[in-house]
Design a protein around this ligand. Structure first.
Ligand SMILES: Cc1cc2nc3c(=O)[nH]c(=O)nc-3n(C[C@H](O)[C@H](O)[C@H](O)COP(=O)(O)OP(=O)(O)OC[C@H]3O[C@@H](n4cnc5c(N)ncnc54)[C@H](O)[C@@H]3O)c2cc1C
Length: 400
């Protein structure tokens, strides 16, 4: 990048927002949506390749690009709701800060993706990372009231514009490959009066049967999650049940759980509860690969068997009722492709959430069979990034 181009970038984003990196690429942290649009417009005109970054807590390594566009400066959180029950946050705001702020307002945003407190809202949405609360509150899209996105050519789109009513659905889970999420308006929920977790250890089959029974009996639970021994940091598999809500909900669940799975449940003290739900991902970044599957509850046992047979035990968690399975461990491109191939005829989408760039570029975040389906990727690229400015291994098979 020439000095003239750097000067032009500084004029758009501000002098302190632009930095040359040791490897030769340039990092820019624009302070506003308009500045992001300016930078992307310039990238589109000049043919630069851009990769988007939040707090960089997740990706194993940045995709090769001329420009790293960081959302760190888009970190404002509105002091008061923009409209009743809705809070507007910048994409670069750390999730923990948003959580504390909404607590001060007496509200709650039920986002519980695994990861560090400083992970950003924009990245959580762009990676489509929901957590165990998905069972009780729905997926990420249900939490988003409005989204503001800058496209590969620098257009600013809002999901409340009639022409872009499908923006939330299309942008979530696209890993920065179809636009830069700049701002989100999120639904505020009423603060739950109680947060209680019970756990039970045992064999995997016994615990998945207990989870099915909990679903059949319609207990008022917000999360039911199965953890493999390596993830639970225990000697056996663990099933955890979480209740958030009115105080009497906890009493009802405690009463009914006693008769499920042969009993043996115990309530976790608060510090262990926080560690289990927030710390379950602790070991995950010590291994190179994390993937998620969308699987029907009735085929969960069989799918866990397939994953373990192909990839080994690793660290596995699954939400038997909401049909989400996550695995982290060591796997190469061939093993991942074969697993995806085996699962596709069973209509189980495999999303590769994290992997070294060489694996990601070969295998892709998702293959031809994509979670949530939607229009073909080619059409989406044409609509959101016609010159292919944004670098992300969405479908794989990319050149080195
Ligand atoms: C210990 C640990 C465990 C974790 N476990 C999991 C896990 O099991 N599954 C999982 O999915 N995540 C996991 N995460 C990651 C994490 O919760 C989310 O992926 C989170 O989104 C990462 O936030 P970040 O700001 O650090 O993102 P980054 O690492 O900066 O970026 C992550 C991805 O999001 C894209 N991106 C970032 N911001 C934007 C934006 N504004 N617009 C468009 N694209 C954007 C980037 O291009 C990149 O592809 C874990 C993280 C840690 C540290």
């Amino acid at each position: 990048m020439t000095d003239t181009m750097l000067d032009q970038l500084r004029r758009i984003a501000g002098a302190e927002a632009v930095r040359r990196e040791p490897g030769g690429s340039v990092r820019v942290a624009p302070p506003s949506t308009a500045a992001v649009a300016g930078v992307m417009g310039m990238a589109h005109d000049t043919g630069w390749r851009v990769t988007v970054e939040g707090a960089a807590t997740w990706r194993a390594e940045a995709a090769p690009a001329d420009l790293i566009l960081s959302t760190r400066a888009l970190d404002d959180v509105d002091a008061t709701p923009v409209e009743p029950g809705v809070i507007r946050v910048g994409a670069g705001a750390p999730l923990e800060r948003v959580r504390r702020h909404t607590l001060d307002l007496g509200g709650w945003i039920p986002l519980d993706p695994p990861g560090r407190p400083d992970r950003t809202v924009g990245a959580v949405l762009s990676t489509g990372t929901d957590g165990p609360l998905r069972l009780g509150v729905g997926g990420l899209a249900d939490q988003v009231h409005r989204l503001t996105v800058v496209t590969g050519e620098g257009r600013v789109l809002q999901s409340d514009e009639p022409a872009h009513a499908d923006l939330v659905r299309l942008q979530l889970g696209t890993f920065g490959g179809l636009g830069v999420i700049c701002e989100a308006a999120l639904h505020l929920h009423e603060l739950p009066r109680t947060d209680t977790t019970w756990v039970r250890g045992g064999s995997r089959d016994r615990l998945t049967a207990a989870a099915r029974e909990i679903a059949e009996r319609h207990l008022p639970v917000m999360a039911v999650e199965l953890f493999s021994p390596a993830l639970a940091l225990e000697g056996e598999w663990l099933l955890a049940v979480r209740v958030l809500g009115p105080r009497d909900a906890a009493a009802i669940v405690a009463d009914r759980l006693a008769a499920i799975g042969g009993g043996g449940w115990f309530e976790l003290p608060p510090e262990r509860r926080i560690l289990l739900w927030n710390g379950a991902a602790r070991g995950v970044t010590s291994v190179p690969v994390t993937l998620r599957l969308g699987v029907l509850a009735e085929s969960l046992d069989e799918t866990i068997d397939t994953v373990l047979a192909r990839l080994g035990e690793g660290m596995l968690s699954a939400s038997p009722a909401s049909g989400r399975l996550r695995w982290s461990g060591v796997a190469d491109a061939t093993a991942l492709r074969e697993l995806r191939g085996e699962l596709a005829p069973r209509e189980i989408p495999l999303t590769l959430e994290r992997a070294p760039w060489r694996v990601l570029r070969a295998v892709g975040h998702f293959g031809a069979y994509r979670e949530g389906a939607g229009p073909p990727l080619e059409g989406l690229r044409e609509r959101f990034d016609p010159r292919g400015v944004l670098v992300a291994a969405l479908e794989g098979g990319m050149e080195p």
